[in-house]
Design a binder for this molecule. Structure first.
Ligand code: ZN
Length: 90
């Protein structure tokens, strides 16, 4: 694990943050004091950001979930609902 700011390997574990997807390990750099979280599988999403944004945009424009599903292949009803909740509530 290296500091994302100064690339130093003098990095210590710095508590955990609870999210709705579980705990995320936080790190702190001893060299520069930079506080960061490890970007791991929790941050990787199956669908690209572009796809998610497009789906939510269509939803905002008044398209129904069925219409969006028709327009965009490979996304699910529940996926759109989940993104909508995740990206618009907080
Ligand atoms: Zn650093």
């Amino acid at each position: 694990m290296k500091c994302l700011n100064c690339n130093s390997s003098e990095v210590i574990k710095h508590g955990r943050r609870k999210t709705h997807r579980g705990f995320i390990q936080r790190y702190k750099c001893k060299s520069c004091g930079y506080d960061f979280i490890k970007k791991d599988k929790y941050f990787r999403m199956k669908n690209s950001k572009y796809k998610i944004e497009k789906a939510l945009k269509l939803l905002k424009e008044g398209y129904s979930l069925r219409q969006i599903k028709k327009k965009m292949r490979g996304i699910s009803h529940t996926g759109i609902m989940r993104w909508n909740k995740k990206f618009t509530s907080d």
